[in-house]
Ligand binder design. Structure first.
Ligand SMILES: Nc1ncnc2c1ncn2[C@@H]1O[C@H](COP(=O)(O)OP(=O)(O)OP(=O)(O)O)[C@@H](O)[C@H]1O
Ligand SMILES: [Mg+2]
Length: 230
């Protein structure tokens, strides 16, 4: 799979279960070490060659690269025994070594941005799923990433709560954030994306403008997939 995402783009990745969407996303963060490939984000470039191991220098660079990447999962993955505010402040404190007074204003501003002002001192279990996912987005933003990755961010949510999360992603898009979203929400993929990729069996089958891809798919595999959804 080869992909170049422009700054400020919102790219949706769609495709059948097991086609490799999550694996691809995890490779962009080196949560998964690819067999081979080249990845560049901002000023960090990493090459992995087939048959070669993963050495300490590469891991150091992967660490630097991860600082540019925020990731949001289907299952929120908030720390249950920490308040919402603590969840947002944790990474900047432990990774960047910032003190609470340094980070708290930004953390509170991010909570306001995702519509969670007044919820800073709550524990995750007292929030709705949509609120938890928005807290997870604020937590990822606290590291000031260059790109946000989402793996089915709304799949665990009722439509109404999903909409609150999608609104936040649209707002980030308006502000120029670069976002790559694996989603089963075709309505969102069509309405909000600058580009959609249809993936099947580990390959990008078709990519392009969402209105074109959904209305007039060129590849028979894309057509078949979209037909099964109707
Ligand atoms: N490290 C790995 N090495 C080899 N195969 C893997 C590895 N990780 C995942 N797979 C396999 O790769 C395929 C793609 O899995 P992946 O989870 O990326 O699919 P997906 O498109 O995200 O599916 P879903 O829509 O169900 O989430 C699966 O068959 C999975 O078992
Ligand atoms: Mg997946």
């Amino acid at each position: 799979m080869s992909l170049c995402v422009e700054r400020g783009e919102l790219v949706s990745i769609i495709g059948p279960s097991g086609c490799g969407k999550s694996t691809f996303l995890r490779c962009l963060n080196f949560l998964e070490i690819p067999d081979s490939g080249v990845l560049r984000i901002e000023d960090v470039e990493i090459t992995k060659q087939t048959g070669h191991g993963w050495n300490r220098a590469q891991e150091r660079r992967a660490h630097a690269l991860r600082a540019h990447v925020g990731m949001v999962f289907q299952s929120f993955n908030l720390f249950a025994h920490r308040t919402v505010l603590d969840n947002v402040m944790m990474a900047p404190r432990s990774v960047k070594g910032l003190s609470q007074p340094e980070i708290e204003p930004l953390a509170r501003a991010l909570l306001a941005k995702v519509g969670l002002e007044g919820m800073a001192d709550r524990y995750p279990s007292t929030l709705s799923g949509g609120q938890q996912q928005r807290a997870a987005i604020a937590r990822a933003l606290a590291m000031k990433p260059a790109v946000m990755l989402y793996d089915e961010p709304t799949s665990a949510l009722d439509p109404e709560l999903a909409e609150e999360v999608l609104q936040v992603m649209r707002r980030l898009d308006d502000e120029g954030m670069t976002q790559i979203v694996v989603t089963h929400d075709m309505r969102f993929a069509r309405a909000a994306s600058d580009r959609v990729l249809y993936v099947e069996a580990g390959h990008i089958v078709e990519s392009g403008d969402p209105d074109v891809l959904f209305a007039d798919p060129q590849d028979p595999r894309t057509r078949r997939f979209l037909r099964t959804l109707l």
